[in-house]
Design a protein around this ligand. Structure first.
Ligand code: NFS
Length: 672
């Protein structure tokens, strides 16, 4: 069945809409139109299809149905969900492993072009694990830290060490429930073992291991990825960036880097500034090289180097449709196979670089960090050589882009709230305690062509801001808000609740903080932990008035993130469709798993995972949860317009008033 949608039903982004019209003119398909043609399987989509063995696939469609082996719907759903979580955890953690090996190579002078940029973070992280730092060269410390991190992957018994950075009470809980991961690879392998035909068949028991597998991602592999990226490329701090397809430039060699790992993209940034390469580009008739990012690679180089983001997940094909991209250089994760056939309509070269990822028809130039700079230059030369093949008649670049300020690492938030001498989370906690900030929402995750691009993300963000909820974002959700102009100081404040606005103006921050890529969801864990440790908001993460949302999720990584956030104590809401939705009418048997990961997990961890497709209901559930947590802490109930008597814009309004009226307006004093 083919159902064509209206343009705004495909994307709320005008640049995307422009490119979708272009795709139609050219008669090429995109994920947007393919989603119309591909009707999702309602049995598999609901989690009721088991294809774990050759006796099936078994499709369970009726109450009481079981598979050939006797597996029930609950068992099948639990197994499917656990496998997805394991795949997501594997992807993030393998990224972390690569970064740990890069740290090792850099420490030993074997990684061409890389160096240890953030020695302060290196020392802080190393000392958390008892690695001696006094009187030692950064390379020695980095070598020890790399060894410790590499060991986490193959560790067989004991506890993965990054999780010791969680609040004390949470650590205790994980030990009691026996979900503290023993080793990163071990938990992923065990998840596959347990979900093999004829193994673990108690849904709750399977899902408890899913929790342990997810924790190995958030408090393991992903945390390692973030730490090492900061040490090697710098801990992010705010800078000015841009986002959307308008960052592609007609007179430049445009190279789009897409994927996830900053080892490649950071070296592309270095190579693109090399005088020899720039001269090579000029000799080809271009004014220079424009690097731009897609997906989380975009976030990595945007927040550290200010390299513009061409867009989020659903922009990858649209960038090629501009006809002005000489090369799209990809590494791992979220890369659509359709890029290759789409690029054949243009001169664009798709270059795969990871030893783990090849795509039929793409050019493969394998990246090796031991000669990273040399290979990055080689890739750029291929792109430059392709510049003369560009067909000017096919070039259509939307003139749409937006400024944004990314780079809010946990370290920077700490600094910005107190400066060098009084760095602290106190002002944030105090603002929540007073009710100026009602609570915090972390809005993360993907785009999904099943819903209008960025619509769910930005609808939820805008509504929560009006209600004084501070928003932090990562991944493709962050790029969605950036494209809309919500990550700028003044521009982002026009429709923000008066209390939150006051805080943003006082501290000088946008109301939506860009915390980085998807692996950097660990920064959210660190922020929440620091809020607990600062005091006044309870003694564990589950007591903080905070919610995590992934309104447009689509990847298995998103499910892993959701699960480790729940296990850390957060209420997590996913939009779109539920992979465990069960029977349409949710009859008894088929919603057991849904109830378990919600009510069941809440009893165990204080956090829960729910799938809510309606954005208004998502917002209501978020606010209700925040208010419930405020009440449990004994904080004053949130009141609209209670605050807002200070702040920059208010001061400007008051400036023209006579003194008495000014006093009255500010302090609520009667004029005498
Ligand atoms: Ni996260 Fe980043 Fe984007 Fe989703 Fe893909 S890029 S790792 S998975 S689509 S946010």
């Amino acid at each position: 069945m083919t159902k064509k949608r209206e343009l705004h039903e495909y994307s709320t982004d005008p640049a995307a809409q422009e490119m979708l019209i272009r795709a139609e003119e050219l008669g090429v398909s995109t994920a947007f139109t393919r989603a119309d043609k591909m009707v999702p399987c309602n049995i598999g989509g609901a989690g009721m299809c088991c294809k774990q063995c050759g006796m099936g696939p078994c499709r369970l469609t009726k109450e009481g149905d079981v598979g050939v082996c006797g597996a029930t719907i609950d068992t099948i759903q639990a197994r499917n969900l656990t496998r997805a979580i394991a795949a997501g955890a594997a992807a993030h953690s393998d990224h972390g492993r690569d970064m740990a090996f890069l740290l090792k190579a850099t420490a030993n002078g074997q990684a061409e072009g890389y160096w240890l940029r953030d020695i302060a973070k290196l020392r802080i992280v190393a000392s958390k694990y008892g690695i001696p730092i006094e009187g030692r060269a950064p390379e020695e410390i980095a070598n020890d830290l790399a060894d410790l991190y590499i060991a986490q992957f193959g560790q067989q018994t004991g506890e993965v060490v990054p999780a010791t950075r969680a609040p004390k009470k949470r650590q205790q809980l994980w030990r009691e429930l026996k979900v503290w991961p023993r080793g990163i690879d071990r938990e992923v392998v065990e998840a596959l073992h347990r979900t093999h035909i004829g193994d673990d068949q108690d849904p709750e028991h399977i899902l408890l291991h899913a929790v342990r597998t997810a924790l190995t991602d958030g408090w393991g592999g992903s945390m390692i990825a973030t730490d090492v990226s900061d040490i090697l490329f710098g801990t992010p701090a705010p800078l000015l960036g841009q986002a959307n397809l308008g960052v592609i430039k007609e007179n430049m060699v445009n190279v789009v880097v897409h994927g996830h790992q900053p080892n490649l993209s950071e070296m592309m940034v270095v190579a693109a500034q090399d005088p020899e390469i720039l001269e090579y580009a000029r000799a080809a008739g271009a004014e220079g090289i424009q690097l731009a990012g897609i997906c989380c690679t975009a976030n990595e180089i945007l927040m550290r180097q200010g390299i513009p983001a061409a867009g989020n997940f659903l922009h990858q094909e649209l960038a090629i449709l501009t006809g002005a991209v000489e090369a799209m250089v990809v590494d791992v994760q979220c890369i659509m196979q359709a890029l290759v056939s789409l690029a054949q309509n243009f001169h664009t070269k798709i270059i795969t670089t990871s030893p783990k990822v090849k795509i039929t028809g793409a050019t493969h130039i394998e990246f090796d960090e031991h000669k990273g700079l040399t290979i990055a230059k080689q890739i750029l030369k291929v792109a430059i050589d392709n510049f003369t093949n560009r067909q000017p008649a096919k070039v259509r670049i939307p003139r749409i882009k937006e400024d944004l300020i990314p780079g809010f690492s946990h370290e920077y938030i700490n600094y910005m709230l107190g400066g060098s001498y009084r760095a602290s989370f106190r002002p944030l906690n105090d603002a929540i305690i007073s009710g100026r900030i009602r609570g915090v929402a972390a809005i993360v995750g993907c785009n999904n062509p099943r819903s209008s691009q960025d619509y769910l993300h930005n609808t939820v963000v805008k509504e929560l801001l009006k209600k004084d909820v501070l928003v932090v974002q990562t991944g493709c959700g962050a790029i969605a808000a950036g494209k809309l102009g919500l990550m700028l100081g003044e521009a982002g404040l026009s429709e923000v609740g008066s209390g939150l606005r006051e805080v943003c103006e006082t501290v000088g921050i946008p109301p939506v903080l860009h915390l980085g890529s998807c692996v950097d969801n660990t920064r959210i864990l660190t922020v929440l932990t620091q809020m607990v440790e600062e005091g006044g908001l309870g003694d564990d993460i589950d007591q903080i008035p905070a919610v995590g949302l992934a309104p447009e999720w689509m990847s298995e990584k998103a499910l892993a993130i959701a699960t480790y956030c729940v296990a850390s104590g957060a209420y997590v809401i996913f939009g779109g469709s539920s992979p465990i939705s069960g029977m349409p009418d949710r009859v008894h048997d088929s919603d057991k798993v849904a109830r378990y990961i919600s009510e069941g997990w809440e009893k165990l961890f204080g956090g829960k995972l729910e799938f809510i497709s309606d954005p208004q209901k998502m917002i209501e559930a978020t606010l209700a949860h925040i208010d419930k947590k405020r009440a449990a802490l004994g904080l004053p109930a949130w009141e609209e317009n209670k605050f807002g008597r200070s702040g920059d814009s208010r001061m400007q309004q008051l400036e023209s008033l006579p003194l008495e009226q000014k006093r009255q307006a500010i302090y609520g004093l009667a004029a005498d």
